[in-house]
Design a protein around this ligand. Sequence first.
Ligand code: 5U1
Length: 670
Amino acid sequence: MKAAGNTTSRLRGLRREIEYHNYHYHVLDEPKISDSMFDQLMNQLISLERDHPHLQTSDSPTQRVGGQPLSGFDEVVHAVPMLSLSNAFSDEQVRAFDQRCQEMLEVALITYLVEPKLDGLAVSLRYESGILVRAATRGDGNRGEDVTQNVRTIRSIPLRLMGKRHPSVLEVRGEVYLPREGFNRLNDRQRSRNEKEYVNPRNAAAGSLRQLDPAITAQRPLEFFCHSLGTREGGSSRTGHAETLVQLQSWGLRTNPQNETVQGIESCLIAYQRLLETRDKLPYEIDGVVYKVNGLAEQARLGSIARAPRWALAHKFPAEEALTFVRGIDIQVGRTGALTPVARLEPVFVGGVTVSNATLHNHDEIRRLDVRVGDQVVIRRAGDVIPELVSVVTRERLANAAAYEFPKHCPACGADVIADEGGVVIRCSAGLICKAQLSELIKHFASRKAMDIEGLGSKLVKQLVDNNVIDDVADLYQLDVNALEALDRMGNKSATNLIASIDRSRQTTLARFIFGLGIPHVGESTAERLALSFGSVEALSNADAAEVERVPDVGPAISSSIATFFAQDRHRKVIQRLRDGGVEWARPSAQAVRKTALAGKTVVITGALKTMSRSEARQRLQDLGVRVTSSVSAKTTYLLAGTDPGTKLDKASALGVQVIDEEEFIKLLG
Ligand code: 5U1
């Protein structure tokens, strides 16, 4: 008897301990122990439960993937209907909402909670005596589908509430979603298996949650944020929505750290703007913000109409996807000769701007989408990203729409095209004899991040090239006011200004100069690292592949591109003429390079840090443009390992990923 009692209390203790660490890891994002220590606890629990199957409980952390595949989902009637939200698309509509609330409540200033509106799948969780007994989708608001088995696999959803003073019945509502990183990983896997990719994280989350086999859902990195209460029986209730959320968090439920309490509607609009501007930095997609009157008594007085509460409003971001038509497909010739197809569109308002072009990337993409002139298409513009053509509405296609034929000759100079880089890139074979390539190269050389020649825009470059005023970038430094004045629409003042900016650009940095040369695959940050490592163009041009590949993040593709570039005599001559034309720089500073050296890198953080929390470390990295991900892969640049780094360290060593400790990390942050 005593032994059985000991086992029961050992099991209970282990389960509590694991729940506690799960909560800190998945809900608070502040792990207390290493991944390997967590694995050890789980293994102890698994083996103890295996030895004592009669002591198994449904809320045990080992039971997240216990269910058998289903033949369908049962229907669930929600105890309290799951409401939807009224939408607003303009500041005026938001102010009108506030005005109505003020009038009904007879107050002049309302306290609101502002929450990001996740683009996920609404679910309701039901806890009885603290145990998760059911999870249901929203369905039509009254009846949804029973997805309990699948929801149990989501680690940020507690199977048992923490703490003691929770209600006997609690229904919590929130959003199940797939973070961007999980979405990308899922689609990488779909692609590698030749399976259909998901169109967006919302569809992927819905598809993952509605799997009949919970083992498949368990492989999908779904997460959950709760945002409201459905029903509660027993336990004291709070006076405000913000306090309710704090209480839900204390029971182990995950709430969004971006939620913010503000006074008055103008502060709501400021919070909206802030989230609109920073949405791309969030690890998940949001499609707007939700404003909620904070006071629960005030919410009750305002009540609901139809299916939506009068005390809440969704303020939607401008749509990121829209339907339009393809008017034509043009080919742009880039500075390296790559032919990029561009869809010319019926102008459409999307993502807050009017879009009339969308990149089609390459000929493979045209084939994959099978896009044809005249097609109705879905366009996506998210954040600052170049608008993309997502899909073709083929059922709307005209019977006579012909498949697109990729050109066999450069549309700018007529030279033959050649397939490059495994056939993905099609290039014009004429090199800088092709005026389109030359114009693009000069535009790149003069661009802000390269030589920064103010006033040298596309039209002017085209004139200079088409009229044979310049044949290469070095000719820019031989121009004078007279030569420029001879051009169309170029007065003395503009010509003088341009000569002055060309003159200013003579003082540059080695990194800008290397970037400006337009060596294929050498972007801004690679140029920075090359400048720091070699200190001069001569040293870089004479370096062998092994030396070049010692530069962080430079692999064989970049080193061979550099070698090919400097092997061409005319490139060396142009560089010499640029130097003779007065282009010069000081030695690059290590500090400047270190800052940008981190941008664009991928970092994984593991283990506990001494001087800051992991979320602070993540934020600081993200502020420097670093992608912080949760799992180590061949694409990881650094693994930041704190104490007790766990299995991620093993994986990083196996993959040859560079491991840095906290001290090195702080140095990198500068
Ligand atoms: N963040 C958030 N999303 N969302 C969706 N809060 C929130 N609240 C909702 C819904 C449907 O409804 C409550 C106002 C009941």
